[in-house]
Design a protein around this ligand. Structure first.
Ligand code: ZN
Length: 379
């Protein structure tokens, strides 16, 4: 299958340097559905980039036709990828301004709404086209006035993705099972995504706080629907999701090839790629992000886990010990860390030294927790 590779320059932050974003595109640029996939927004998270490498190889083989189009950005953050500091790649936060590369995306609901106000009608497809055009116009104007690499990169990635029917932002956690973040307003229509990925955890929230990339593209559709009411039909026309491809060290050709195949079959099911694919059963129901407990350390110490990833735990169940090896009496130098909710323990910490407030584990529960309000994502 023919592929066009484009390189978009990023504005240099220093003299004598030049960076660019590499974009691979398949299919007619006017074809629908359009799928946009990116990885490495947190530049030190490698599983997604390797998966997209395998997806590109698979698509290049041209075994099936492509009624739609696919845009792939295998390494979405050349800025973060250059942040090698004393032997460590540090790609989550910008060293220029300290911001998380997957936060602070523009909330364009009001601006897009104002631009289409008075022009929307009773035809859903026309409304979708008008809204997508407004997104593109606004982001095009913003790109020319955005200064600084981190902010420009955010705007540029949104421009590439803003007219897509499907947006998948591939990340990974620390030590984790596969998990998928989706908006409530996309559920259950988007159930085939975690089903094809065989993801045991699906976490739902419309706006989780912090304005991550995926929500900047999906949330406006629901918010515009609310603003304009039933007389002007506006669907959730952008299925945007953050996909956490397990843990940071789950990187290898065999696993990445399997994940690329899972994504391929999902894209077939969505009509982007030709060929049918039977939707597998979802292994575990989706749960609200407000029901995901982040178990935090009360004291500094060394964590020793009692349960592996994938354990269904109960509230009050000890999941780890926190050990102070300097205690006068070793018998008193440890405390039990317990689960605060019933659910699936799906993420742990690889660096076993923690300090107060640091996350030790994540548990996907079913009941909203009082502690889970405001910003629902980790920093
Ligand atoms: Zn990430």
């Amino acid at each position: 299958m023919s592929r066009i590779v484009s390189r978009f320059p990023l504005p240099p932050m220093s003299l004598g340097t030049e960076r660019h974003l590499t974009v691979h595109a398949y299919g007619d640029p006017d074809a629908r559905p359009k799928a946009y996939l990116q990885a490495g927004l947190h530049a030190d998270e490698l599983p997604g980039s390797l998966v997209l490498h395998h997806l590109i190889r698979r698509l290049d083989s041209g075994e099936d036709g492509m009624p739609g189009q696919i845009v792939i950005v295998p390494s979405a953050n050349p800025v973060g990828q250059a942040q090698i500091h004393r032997g460590q790649l540090s790609g989550r936060f910008s060293m220029v301004d300290g911001t998380n590369f997957n936060r602070d995306y523009l909330n364009l609901t009001t601006r897009v709404g104002n631009q289409v106000d008075g022009r929307l009608g009773t035809d859903e497809a026309t409304n979708v086209a008008l809204i997508r055009d407004a997104f593109a116009d606004i982001l095009g104007a913003l790109a020319s006035e955005t200064e600084g690499e981190p902010a420009y990169l955010r705007t540029m990635l949104m421009r590439l993705a803003c007219d897509a029917d499907i947006v998948l932002d591939l990340h990974c956690d620390d030590e984790a099972l596969m998990h998928v973040y989706l908006a409530h307003h996309l559920w259950p229509q988007a159930e085939d995504l975690p089903a094809f990925l065989e993801s045991p955890v699906t976490l739902l929230a419309n706006r989780s706080g912090g304005d991550p990339f995926d929500e900047s593209l999906s949330a406006p559709w629901a918010e515009l629907r609310e603003r304009f009411g039933d007389a002007t039909p506006i669907p959730s026309a952008c299925l945007a999701s953050t996909v956490e491809l397990r843990g940071a060290t789950d990187v290898g050709d065999a696993l990445a090839e399997e994940d690329a195949d899972r994504l391929y079959r999902f894209l077939q099911n969505r009509g982007v790629i030709a060929g049918g694919a039977t939707v597998p059963a979802l292994s575990r129901p989706a749960t609200p992000l407000t029901a995901m407990e982040i178990v935090k350390a009360p004291l500094p110490g060394i964590v020793s886990y009692r349960v592996p990833l994938g354990t269904e735990v109960s509230a009050g169940q000890p999941i780890a010990d926190l050990i102070d090896p300097t205690a006068d009496d070793p018998a008193e130098g440890r405390i039990e860390i317990t689960a605060g909710t019933d659910g699936l323990l799906f993420a742990r910490r690889s660096n076993r030294f923690v300090w107060p407030g640091e996350s030790i584990a994540k548990i996907a529960g079913t009941r909203a927790l009082p502690s889970r309000s405001g910003a629902l994502l980790t920093p």
